[in-house]
Design a protein around this ligand. Structure first.
Ligand SMILES: [Cu+2]
Length: 142
């Protein structure tokens, strides 16, 4: 009877130890992830702007919440690109492709607009210029 109780006790302790271990492991994993020592493989999307729109038609980029996403932009004309919501702005030129790197932590549908075609610098966003929506980033809940 006594030994039975003791083995039940040690079994419970073992379970506790395993739970503690996996918690530590999870903490270590999330630490390396936030430290960026080993960046999670990003999902890459290639987008080509031609004649002031996204060529090849794919204008909705669907990802899952929490994914690392890379939008690789090429263009036939200088442009300032703005991903709304995440508020990421990049300048892209024919000779200089641009990458938007997004950790899709927030769900929703976010427009990617051009602030200025033909300009290399985009100071003063939403400065009265009409924005052209090129595409949407959709981050879906897991
Ligand atoms: Cu904008």
């Amino acid at each position: 009877m006594n030994s039975l109780r003791r083995s039940a006790e040690s079994g419970r302790r073992r379970v506790l130890r395993i739970v503690g271990l996996s918690a530590a492991l999870a903490a270590a994993l999330s630490l390396t992830r936030t430290a960026g020592a080993q960046p999670a493989a990003a999902r890459r999307f290639d987008l080509r702007i031609a004649k002031r729109r996204v060529a090849d038609g794919a204008t909705t980029i669907r990802v899952a919440q929490g994914e690392m996403v890379e939008l690789h932009w090429t263009t036939d004309e200088p442009a300032i690109l703005h991903l709304h919501g995440y508020d990421i702005e990049v300048a892209v030129e024919p000779a200089a492709p641009a990458v938007m790197r997004v950790h899709a932590h927030a769900t929703g549908r976010f427009p990617i607009t051009v602030h200025a075609f033909g300009k290399q610098e985009g100071k003063g966003q939403h400065d009265g210029h009409r924005e052209v929506t090129l595409a949407y980033l959709e981050a879906h809940p897991r």
